[in-house]
Design a protein around this ligand. Structure first.
Ligand SMILES: NC(=O)c1ccc[n+]([C@@H]2O[C@H](COP(=O)([O-])OP(=O)(O)OC[C@H]3O[C@@H](n4cnc5c(N)ncnc54)[C@H](O)[C@@H]3O)[C@@H](O)[C@H]2O)c1
Ligand SMILES: CC(C)[C@H](C(=O)O)[C@@H](O)C(=O)O
Ligand SMILES: [Mg+2]
Length: 368
């Protein structure tokens, strides 16, 4: 079929984590094993402990050995971390703070792509009215991932009694805004050429700088339309008319919040993949949603976000557009064929298990 055969083996650090992480990860690996065979991409998968399960086994959410596995890999495929079991630990030891945020920071993965698109067969799974969903929409939530209030200093907690206080600081440097804005404009050029920059410049000084820098950067991209929107209005506009958006350029916290909203507007959080990228081909790929403790262990989680994250890895870290789009097509066709996990089943539709959804997608990749 004239497909390119990769000579170099791609090393993938597989960090499944907690809750539904291992369940959905198994389906993504299943699909990647078919890709390996059908598309001639040699892949070596190395599993490593992360999150709450790593705390239980090794006393730390991100053991040094896991970090070494990541350092020696071409990409990280990440599941999810956290859950009620570890919520009583001191905040800085909890899986999210002690594993996921350090991974993003250590590898300087500042650029987080969260593509939210409506599959035509799934339009009825969206909570939006049919006349609003229309033929569907396709929004790229582009989230700055290595700065902002998540990492800004100082942060802390001090004092006791009524005077006890706790604080976080929203900090953005010019260079941090420049590099994520450049990505937004470059990506918009490959799409519908529109960037909506989300801020709260009417209140937050860091967001005043955000807006100024985005305006400056836009001068290099006269072919791209730029507009600005306050984050509170954006939550409303996403419900009212999602079609007005192409690339949503967001800081770290606003992107976290708006991406969950975008996911649900497409039908479920279980559909939204993500790619966290830096300056090189290396990336971390994970579903936008979390460990879903409410459904973990039941075999009913939707594996699509994890499988689509693997597709993003094929595209962005391995530059295999052919394999990436084959996986995305297989997902679309499986949905067209009527398969639904519980989160996207509506009315009389009978939900299938996590494994059945993974099997069906893998089979379609095999036949592609
Ligand atoms: N990347 C990550 O590791 C990550 C991301 C978000 C939340 N978390 C952590 O996960 C834990 C639970 O957080 P939460 O409940 O706020 O958010 P969550 O994303 O885990 O779950 C929110 C809701 O979405 C549903 N959901 C999520 N993914 C799904 C899937 N694949 N299929 C079907 N339904 C799905 C869940 O069942 C739940 O009802 C917390 O510890 C949180 O910090 C981790
Ligand atoms: C688990 C948490 C630290 C994480 C975030 O806030 O970035 C998650 O919500 C996400 O969207 O990736
Ligand atoms: Mg989130």
């Amino acid at each position: 079929m004239g497909r390119k055969v990769e000579r170099m083996e791609k090393k993938i650090a597989v960090l499944a984590g907690d809750g539904i992480g291992p369940e959905v990860m198994a389906e993504a690996i299943k699909v990647l094993k078919v890709v390996e065979k059908e598309f001639g991409i040699a892949m070596a998968f190395e599993e490593a402990d992360v999150g709450g399960c790593a705390i239980d086994k090794h006393g730390h959410a991100l053991p040094e050995k896991t970090l070494d596995v990541c350092r020696q890999s071409d990409a990280i495929l990440f599941g999810s971390v956290g859950g009620p079991k570890w919520e009583s630990l001191p905040p800085e030891q909890q899986p999210e703070r002690a594993a996921l945020l350090p991974l993003r920071k250590i590898f300087d993965l500042f650029c987080n792509l969260r593509p939210a698109r409506v599959y035509s067969a799934l339009a009825s799974a969206s909570p939006l009215r049919p006349d609003i969903v229309g033929d569907g929409f396709d929004i790229l939530c582009l989230r700055e991932l290595a700065g902002g209030i998540y990492f800004g200093q100082p942060k802390g907690r001090e004092g006791t009694g009524p005077k006890e206080r706790a604080y976080d600081t929203m900090v953005y440097h010019r260079w941090e805004i420049q590099r994520i804005a450049r990505k937004a404009f470059e990506i918009a050029r490959t799409r519908r050429k529109k960037v909506t920059s989300i801020d709260k410049a009417n209140v937050l000084t860091s967001m005043v700088l955000w807006r100024e820098v985005v305006v400056e950067m836009a001068r290099d991209y006269p072919d791209v339309t730029l507009n600005h929107m306050y984050v509170d209005n954006a939550t409303m506009q996403l419900m009212r008319d999602p079609h007005q958006f192409d690339v949503l350029l967001c800081g770290n916290m606003f992107g976290d919040i708006l991406s969950d909203q975008c996911a649900m507007l497409t039908g479920s959080l279980g559909l939204l993949p993500s790619a966290s990228l830096g300056a090189s081909d290396f990336g971390l790929y994970e579903p936008a949603g979390g460990s879903a403790p409410d459904i973990a262990g039941q075999g009913i989680a939707n594996p699509i976000a994890q499988i689509l994250s693997a597709a993003l890895m094929l595209r962005h870290s391995f530059h295999r557009e052919d394999a990436a789009s084959a996986v995305e097509r297989a997902v679309a066709e499986t949905i067209e064929a009527g398969l639904r996990t519980a989160d996207i089943a509506r009315g009389a539709q009978r939900p299938v298990s996590t494994t059945a959804m993974g099997d069906a997608i893998a089979e379609r990749v095999r036949r592609s």
